[in-house]
Design a protein around this ligand. Sequence first.
Ligand SMILES: CC(C)(COP(=O)(O)OP(=O)(O)OC[C@H]1O[C@@H](n2cnc3c(N)ncnc32)[C@H](O)[C@@H]1OP(=O)(O)O)[C@@H](O)C(=O)NCCC(=O)NCCS
Length: 194
Amino acid sequence: MHNVLVDGGTIRKLWIGEAAKYREHLLRLDPESRRNRFGGAVSDEFIANFVELTLGLDAVIHGFFVDGTLRGAGELRTLGPALAHEAEAAFSIERAWQSHGVGSELLRRTLLAARNRGIKLLHMTCLANNKRMQQLARKFDAELTFDFGSVVGEVEAAFPTPMSVLREMVADGHGFAIAVLDAQSRLLAAGNRR
Ligand SMILES: CC(C)(COP(=O)(O)OP(=O)(O)OC[C@H]1O[C@@H](n2cnc3c(N)ncnc32)[C@H](O)[C@@H]1OP(=O)(O)O)[C@@H](O)C(=O)NCCC(=O)NCCS
């Protein structure tokens, strides 16, 4: 699909080698947006490690660019062969560009990428008070099943979510291959318990 013009910017997939742009965008998020994006408060160092890890995890990232600067992103991360029909999605838009339809367009593009990869269930880690994200997902719930089982309070959910497992991996500084294997087994175990 060609670049799409939204609110004065364009949306396209991030290229390999654009990790720095993604990291700088995430670091620019205001504190509330950063907390909403990661399901809790995280440090600058966490973000740097997160970008390195997530780009190695078969992620599809759509970016919203204004004058060459990344101002928004929609991330789709598959959960490996054992959970082939599930993925996690996460969105981040810098405050000045929020509520202008950018999130809707990024979600639309992310859903298309998910469908093309045979994904049936999309996990979204979302703080309970993040009504905008929940409202946004509701607009598209006919297209794919969303798992808001992972709607969490400031304290993590009692069970592991893709994001909570990844947060721990990032904190521990694991390599991504170990992270994938470990995440799969823990999510499968949690699914069996639920
Ligand atoms: C949540 C987020 C992705 C939404 O993207 P956005 O570009 O701001 O949202 P949109 O303009 O596309 O609006 C989507 C829907 O949210 C609702 N909405 C928009 N602005 C809103 C506001 N200020 N308050 C409540 N709901 C709002 C509307 O229902 C809107 O749909 P509509 O325009 O068809 O009525 C974005 O605000 C963001 O990045 N926030 C910080 C990080 C975050 O919360 N990430 C989500 C966790 S993964």
